[in-house]
Design a protein around this ligand. Structure first.
Ligand SMILES: [Zn+2]
Length: 237
């Protein structure tokens, strides 16, 4: 049996004590409803794990991606949680979101993916926010599925947010030509798993799928944590 040095045992005990202390000062809360968690709960409370609204919208398809898998409908506590993830520095939510999304993607068929990548934010927005939320989610998914990950796209035009665009046609026009490939070698002949936090009409995923296809990707499958109900939007072709 491997015998760890004395100081290693001490360090582990110290880390556990720090962890307990932080739990007392900042008790862990459910990332959705923000209720205090029981010790047996990890990130999400039992009530939320039984009641989050599943994504039941019709399957999104486009010329430039083959499928899109999403976990939950973008409403209620899911929406509030994602807003904190994007705008209130709750970047650690990516670990829990990634676990949920990885399960859904695994069910869809892990043999469909060679490489994980993500829909990037612009350099300016990343600097302002301090992180790229889709990258954190993609890294969590790649870790859970033991798949390689690479930054393959760049958003080089800082367009207005998609949420400011009402119709599918406006959303499509708003993202046209704003992404470019940065690592074509990584993409060539690969089955790409493209990750984003939310899908609405699919215009952004379609635009990124187009850039990846032009760079030689064999196929593009998409995964998002949440999906806006398609009852409110028209499907993008
Ligand atoms: Zn909860």
């Amino acid at each position: 049996m491997v015998k760890f040095p004395y100081f290693f045992d001490k360090a582990v005990i110290c880390l556990r004590l720090i962890d307990r202390f932080l739990d007392l000062v900042y008790p862990p809360k459910c990332i959705f409803c923000r209720r205090l968690l029981e010790r047996s709960e990890n990130g999400i409370c039992r009530a939320c794990s039984l009641s989050l609204p599943p994504d039941e919208s019709p399957e999104r398809k486009s010329k430039f991606f083959d499928s899109c898998t999403s976990c939950y409908e973008y409403s209620g506590v899911v929406r509030e949680s994602l807003l904190r993830f994007k705008f209130k520095q709750a970047s650690h939510y990516a670990d829990i979101y990634g676990k949920f999304l990885a399960v859904r993607l695994f069910e869809h068929g892990i043999e469909n993916y060679d490489l994980v990548t993500w829909v990037p934010v612009s350099r300016r927005r990343r600097r302002k926010r301090g992180y790229d939320q889709a990258e954190l989610l993609a890294r969590s998914v790649a870790r859970e599925l033991s798949l390689p990950i690479a930054a393959t796209l760049e958003k080089f035009v800082d367009n207005p947010p998609q949420s400011h665009k009402a119709t599918p046609a406006e959303r499509q026009a708003n993202v046209r030509g704003v992404y470019r490939i940065v690592d074509a070698d990584a993409v060539k002949n690969k089955q790409i798993l493209l990750i984003d936090d939310i899908v609405t009409t699919g215009a952004t995923l379609s635009e990124c799928g187009c850039v990846l296809a032009l760079a030689g990707a064999a196929s593009v499958h998409c995964g998002t944590f949440a999906a806006t109900s398609l009852k409110l939007t028209k499907q993008v072709k």
